[in-house]
Design a protein around this ligand. Structure first.
Ligand SMILES: O=P(O)(O)OC[C@H]1O[C@@H](O)[C@H](O)[C@@H](O)[C@@H]1O
Length: 337
């Protein structure tokens, strides 16, 4: 499929195809050659490639491709529950459902369509679903590949029920990294977080950017204690609260920076299973924890409640840029956005 930038047809840049498991998927392209693959299984972005064809999302080589199991990697949507804080299955049911494509989605504004392609996926509860979560809703997920290669996800959850309902949410974003010990997360300094490895106890992050140590156990430089809130961590399973709307993940070895911008998503979950948990997960390679980091725009601490007829929107925009290009520009954004 060829597209001239001058007559870019954003609807024609969408290809409906099947993944290797025979599951329906949609491929979005931009004029520069970036692409995103979206699977209807789980309503999930499966792959996001830059214009050089480099994959920016992690997918486990041991992923289990058998619905309804969610394949480990990409960007599964956690809804209507994040983690196990509720009566539903871990991370909610949306990630294991088969979504549909809206063939007639609300159009883009003409000024906003240049070089962009997008798809709207829909999830509505079946009779069976209503038995385990008795609320009627319409979930519209717009996945959009921008002219500059950014990936934008917009979730709209509408209450079409007779009474209010509450939910938590996350874009469970598996970023691909060169080596976890080369990665630094900026934007979470000094924030409070709930530590899932310590019964969701609340801690405060130190002033340094979050890094991930590969070998030795680290001690707090002042107290000398092995400190849970020391900003160098190994296995991490935390929910940072009331975060800024831009977070940067710097991969020094690859000289690439991921920037996450978000709106309507106050919290940020950070997860790396590290060695022991990796070995315990059937759908994850023993060493694969070195190649990924989950950084999720999320709503966890204070669930969203929407009344009948109301709609909630959560926006996430992912960029992957050379670190040299990003540093100064992002520095201003994290502090001032
Ligand atoms: O194995 P799952 O259900 O995909 O979850 C992966 C991880 O997801 C993280 O968001 C959770 O905080 C972790 O506790 C969990 O282990």
């Amino acid at each position: 499929m060829r597209h001239s930038a001058a007559v870019w047809d954003y609807r024609a840049a969408i290809e409906h195809t099947k993944d290797w498991n025979g599951m329906d998927q949609v491929v979005l392209r931009n004029p520069q050659g970036a692409s995103a693959q979206v699977s209807l299984h789980g309503g999930k972005v499966f792959s996001w490639r830059n214009e050089h064809g480099e994959e920016l999302l992690f997918t486990s080589s041991k992923g289990i491709f058998k619905p309804p199991k969610a394949v480990r990697g990409g960007i599964p949507v956690c809804f209507p529950q994040f983690g196990n804080c509720g009566s539903l299955e871990q991370h909610g049911f949306a990630r294991s459902k088969i979504w549909t494509v809206d063939d007639n989605p609300p159009p883009l504004h003409p000024n906003d369509s240049h070089g962009k392609s997008f798809i709207d996926l829909l999830l509505k509860p079946s009779e069976e679903d209503l038995k385990c979560w008795p609320y009627s809703y319409e979930f519209r997920l717009r996945v959009s590949l921008e002219a500059n290669g950014d990936l934008a996800l917009t979730s709209r959850v509408r209450n079409i029920n007779g009474k209010p309902f509450s939910f938590s949410f996350a874009y469970h974003t598996y970023l691909s990294v060169s080596d976890i010990s080369e990665v630094r997360v900026e934007g979470l300094e000094t924030l409070d977080y709930l530590d899932n490895l310590r019964q969701r106890e609340r801690f405060t992050e130190q002033g340094d950017a979050l890094t991930f140590e590969s070998e030795d156990v680290h001690f707090h430089p002042i107290s000398g204690q092995l400190s849970p809130d020391f900003s160098t961590a190994r296995n991490v399973d935390r929910v940072y609260l009331s975060c800024p709307n831009a977070i940067a993940i710097l991969d020094h070895e690859r000289k690439r920076t991921y920037v996450i911008r978000k709106d309507g998503l106050p919290d940020v979950a950070v997860w790396n299973p590290w060695e022991k948990k990796s070995k315990a997960m059937a759908d994850f390679g023993d060493e694969e924890y070195k190649k990924m980091l989950c950084v999720d725009g999320a709503v966890v601490e204070k669930p969203i409640t929407i009344k009948p007829g109301e709609e909630w929107t959560g926006l996430l925009v992912l960029s992957a840029v050379p670190s040299s290009f990003c540093s100064e520009h992002f520095d201003l954004q994290t502090r001032g956005l």
